[in-house]
Ligand binder design. Structure first.
Ligand SMILES: [Zn+2]
Length: 226
């Protein structure tokens, strides 16, 4: 069965159990992983991230049930274990990360900047025992400088971007290192659906960086330049 037909039949099957007689589902090449839907009485249409193109029918049906539970009963639940396991596997990242990078228009796709190399910062953080090495992590500068958002992490794709606004000789390298550290903490925390990305534990870890205070001050000063 083609994956598109497989998706369609999995969603129709799950939909019937929730009283939806007309269900359509198709893969869509969103940059970020997501599912969009529209629905009215007995009718629903889904656009599912094509990163799930090679998920098996069981996983798709499991996903469909989670979504129907949410749209018809307002119940939020985690993705099925099997799907989560696959989406956090090395195999998934190795296959999907290159696609994600191609779709990321604002990345230089290199950690080597004009002044600083993100890989150097990464090695220093590892040597200091602040983070563990993750061979799948891809570090890149952004193409355009952004001071509103100095760092970004796709936990699913293991891609970390640091704003090229920091790749500047007037900004000390520990600021880049600190921003990278912040994003690596997100990566280490993994996928979690229970919100609170910057909870107390996160802040405590963040402050283990020996220069967190100075770095925060630098970032504040830079953002005032806007
Ligand atoms: Zn963050």
């Amino acid at each position: 069965m083609s994956s598109e037909i497989c998706l369609q039949s999995a969603f129709q099957k799950a939909g019937r159990d929730f009283g939806y007689s007309s269900v359509k589902a198709e893969f869509t090449p969103f940059k970020e992983f997501k599912v969009r839907w529209q629905r009215s009485a007995g009718w629903a249409e889904f656009q599912v991230s094509d990163y799930l193109m090679d998920a098996d029918e069981m996983m798709m049906e499991g996903l469909a049930r989670v979504l129907f539970n949410r749209i018809s009963k307002g119940k939020r639940s985690n993705y099925p274990d099997e799907l989560r396991e696959w989406m956090t596997s090395q195999d998934f990242v190795r296959k999907k990360q290159p696609v994600y990078l191609r779709r990321s228009r604002n990345l230089s796709r290199s950690g080597q900047g004009r002044h600083y190399d993100l890989q150097d910062s990464y090695e220093r953080l590892i040597a200091a025992g602040l983070v563990e090495r993750d061979d799948e992590a891809f570090l890149s500068w952004t193409s355009r400088p952004n001071l509103r958002r100095v760092g970004y992490c796709s936990v699913l794709m293991k891609v970390i971007a640091v704003s090229s606004a920091l790749d500047d000789e007037v900004v000390p390298e520990f600021v880049t290192e600190y921003v990278l550290y912040h994003e690596l903490l997100h990566l280490a925390n993994g996928l979690s659906l229970d919100g609170q990305a910057h909870g107390e534990d996160f802040r405590r870890c963040e402050r283990l960086h020996p220069r967190w205070n100075e770095a925060e001050e630098w970032l504040k000063r830079l953002s005032l330049k806007l």
